[in-house]
Each structure stands twice: as C-alpha cells, then as structure tokens.
Design a protein around this ligand. Sequence first.
Ligand code: DHB
Ligand code: MG
Length: 222
Amino acid sequence: MTEERWKAVDDYFESVAGEPDPALDAAAGANVGFDLPDIAVSPAQGRFLNLLARVRGARNILEIGTFGGYSTIWLARALPADGTLVTIEYEKSFAEAAAANIARAGVADRVRQEVGRALDILPGLTADPAAPFDLVFVDANKPDIPEYFEWALKLTRPGSVIVVDNVVQGGAVADPDHPDRGVRGVRRFLEGLAHDTRVDATSLQTVGVKGHDGFTLALVTG
Ligand code: DHB
Ligand code: MG
C-alpha cells in the first residue's frame, strides 16, 4: 500500500460522508496562511472525535492544542447547547485564526479559548466550572505529551476519555534511539502508560490523507 492509495481511500470515504461543510473546510485550510504543514486531524479523524464525544455523552471537553480550530469544531458540535469546550493554544496567531473559524462554524457559544502556555493554564482549570472534563484531546507540542497527560488525568474523573494524537509519527515511535524530542516525548508517555493503574488504554495506527500516524485512546478508571 502506497501513501497515494491511503489518500485515495480517505478521499473516497469523504466522498460518501455527506455534504461538504464550508466552515470545516475553511478551518482545515488554516495551515495555508501560516505556511505550515497540514497538521489538523483528517476529516475521518474529526468525525471519529465527534462520535467518540457523543458515545461518551460528553458535556465538557478540554482540548490542548487548538491550531486552526478544525478538531475544536468537530468536538464542539458533539456538545449539548449548554456544554463547554475549553481549548488551549500557545500561538496567538493560530488562536486568532481559530476564533474566526469557530465563529463561522456557529459553535462560539460553546467554545472558550485560552491563549498561552498550556502548562501554565492547566493548573488554573482545576477550579474551573467546566472541570472535570468528560473528554480531553491532547494535540499540542509533542515533547510535553507526558505532562499534558498527567494534567488530563487531574482534570477528568473515572469514565472520562483521553485521546492523544500523533503517537506514531510516521513509524518513528518504534525507534528507541530516535533523536527527535517529539518522538521521545511520545515514547516517554507510552512507556509511562504501560504501568499506569489509573487508565486502560490502547494505541492505534492510522493511514490516510495525513500519512502514517495514530492515536492513543485512554479510559480513566480510577
Ligand atoms: C503534525 C501533525 C499533527 O497532528 C500535530 O498535532 C502536530 C504536527 C505533523 O505532521 O507535523
Ligand atoms: Mg495532531
């Protein structure tokens, strides 16, 4: 299977997934204005996050890493009208682009954006009316994933779901000597998870329009 084939299958799935959504398409293109790689989740992954939040019956969601707001919109659309999604972004310009995309998608009433260093903002969320969260999506800078996961645990309760994006990194995660700090962050996270009695978790590889990557799904058990 070539990457081209993976993409063709994702494109096919998208072609049978219903009407195009201009608000989501605009958010998906947020990378263009910043000359960045196309790092939002794929349409199929966005839909998966939306379904997962609804399966969980999530009323409060935390997202670490807003980028252009694409996954934010998918997740916010899973919430009831009185639900809250708190999303944290370090880059002010990304947060501003996301704000426009979130407003265009009609979910601004359910989304609260926090701008700054996630590790500075997360401690303040312990006293937030939106906490504990039913679902946390960890999708920010990869070297800090283990610390973000610890905060996700502090800000959830048994039954909550935590999803961590980008745990495969084109397969690099299997390399014990990989020099990339992001890959090392992912490995430190996964190796900690192995003996973590507070969660049950699995990691799945994905292929598609975003290449070869994957996510970890954790259920908070205690
Ligand atoms: C990349 C992909 C992501 O989903 C992300 O959150 C960050 C970076 C990437 O492909 O570089
Ligand atoms: Mg990601």
